[in-house]
Design a protein around this ligand. Structure first.
Ligand SMILES: Cc1cc2nc3c(=O)[nH]c(=O)nc-3n(C[C@H](O)[C@H](O)[C@H](O)COP(=O)(O)OP(=O)(O)OC[C@H]3O[C@@H](n4cnc5c(N)ncnc54)[C@H](O)[C@@H]3O)c2cc1C
Length: 332
């Protein structure tokens, strides 16, 4: 049992949930506040009439032994499976097979499952966007954004697991660490989901597109394990635009974005693609460009901390490790 608490965690992405689980397992009282209706953040699944799509994080890898051990537990619990798809890279007109360049894992039946699994047994308040913090008798009070979440607390410790611009805004003036968070830059990403009635004949399941002005990555999402079948749908694809294009055309209407990405993909396949259904989502903060070298930021005097993939590294593993590291410091 820890001598600290109660703890508030803001953000139920992978970093916030890893942090909350570690606190909870140490016996701390912890409440997580999440803006959306679902946990998981950018490890997301969009579900429409054609089925599920992983429109954010595509897959994950495990290099750190502690994260690899956690991954092995997720595999045993049936939460995660290996994606054995054929992965290629297009570069300067050459196609290179990258299938064996990494072991790639996905949550099943969609990436969102990872957040749902991590949130099990944790007090997560959904639809609870936090707009500000203030000092009050007995600790910190969290103030909602006026769209339904109430002010709550007091909490002895507040751990913020949001993309760095939001974290820096929330903690500005409360801890000097907010300045370090504000220095991290981000790339946006337009993600297009597309269902096809006929097989595309692409010949690969995922591709890094390194020689295209619009596309950066494409994935045959329906080739991932346990994605299920929908009548009349032969393939479901996710297309990601390059950061430069996503930034330049951030305000383009969604139907124009789907048009341009699908047109680029069709040109690459040398086929006419007529989607049954297509939609576009703009991730304004998709990936941090210059993540901080440290795993998390912790102000012991104020009992305020920050975690996320902008500390641990721009991927699911980084977010997870960052959340764990912050819990470790806050429990000392
Ligand atoms: C297009 C794209 C492709 C990617 N591809 C890969 C990949 O292939 N492999 C890989 O490993 N990683 C990939 N990533 C990165 C991966 O998704 C992230 O590194 C990881 O999910 C980040 O987790 P996080 O907890 O740090 O942040 P987030 O997932 O951003 O979590 C933050 C949470 O805070 C919530 N929130 C925001 N504001 C508030 C507020 N005011 N109050 C309360 N809650 C709030 C959000 O709703 C969200 O749930 C990709 C990301 C994107 C967008």
């Amino acid at each position: 049992m820890t001598r600290h608490g109660p703890f508030a965690v803001v953000g139920a992405g992978i970093a916030g949930l890893a942090c909350a689980r570690a606190l909870s397992e140490a016996g701390a009282a912890v409440t997580v506040f999440e803006r959306e209706q679902f946990p998981g953040g950018r490890a997301a699944t969009l579900i429409d009439g054609a089925g599920p799509y992983d429109h954010g994080a595509q897959y994950f890898t495990a290099a750190d032994p502690r994260f690899a051990a956690e991954l092995a537990r997720w595999q045993s619990a049936g939460i995660v499976q290996r994606w054995e798809g054929r992965i290629v890279a297009f570069d300067g007109g050459v196609v290179e097979d990258k299938s064996d360049s990494a072991e790639r894992f996905v949550a099943v039946p969609g990436m969102r499952r990872l957040g749902i699994h991590l949130a099990q047994g944790i007090d997560v308040r959904h639809a609870s966007a936090i707009a500000s913090l203030r000092r009050a008798a007995g600790g910190w009070r969290l103030v909602g954004d006026g769209t339904g979440s109430e002010g709550s607390g007091p909490f002895e410790t507040v751990l913020v697991a949001l993309p760095s611009p939001a974290a820096a805004t929330l903690l500005a003036g409360l801890t000097t660490q907010a300045e370090a968070a504000a220095a991290v830059d981000w790339d946006p990403c337009w993600a297009v989901t597309m269902a096809l009635a006929q097989r595309s004949g692409a010949g690969f399941d995922g591709a890094f597109v390194n020689d295209d002005p619009i596309l950066g990555w494409v994935a045959l999402d329906s080739s991932k394990p346990r994605r299920g079948q929908v009548d009349g749908v032969a393939e479901r694809w996710v297309l990601h635009a390059r950061p430069q294009w996503s930034r330049r055309f951030a305000d383009l209407p969604q139907d124009e974005v789907t048009h341009w990405l699908i047109r680029s993909f069709a040109a690459r396949l040398r086929r006419n693609l007529i989607p049954l259904q297509a939609s576009a989502v703009h991730w304004s903060h998709a990936l941090p460009v210059n993540p901080l070298p440290q795993l998390c930021l912790w102000d012991a005097a104020q009992r305020l901390g920050m975690a996320g993939d902008w500390c641990g590294g721009p991927r699911i593993e980084g977010a997870y490790r960052s959340g764990l590291a912050l819990a470790g410091l806050a429990l000392r």
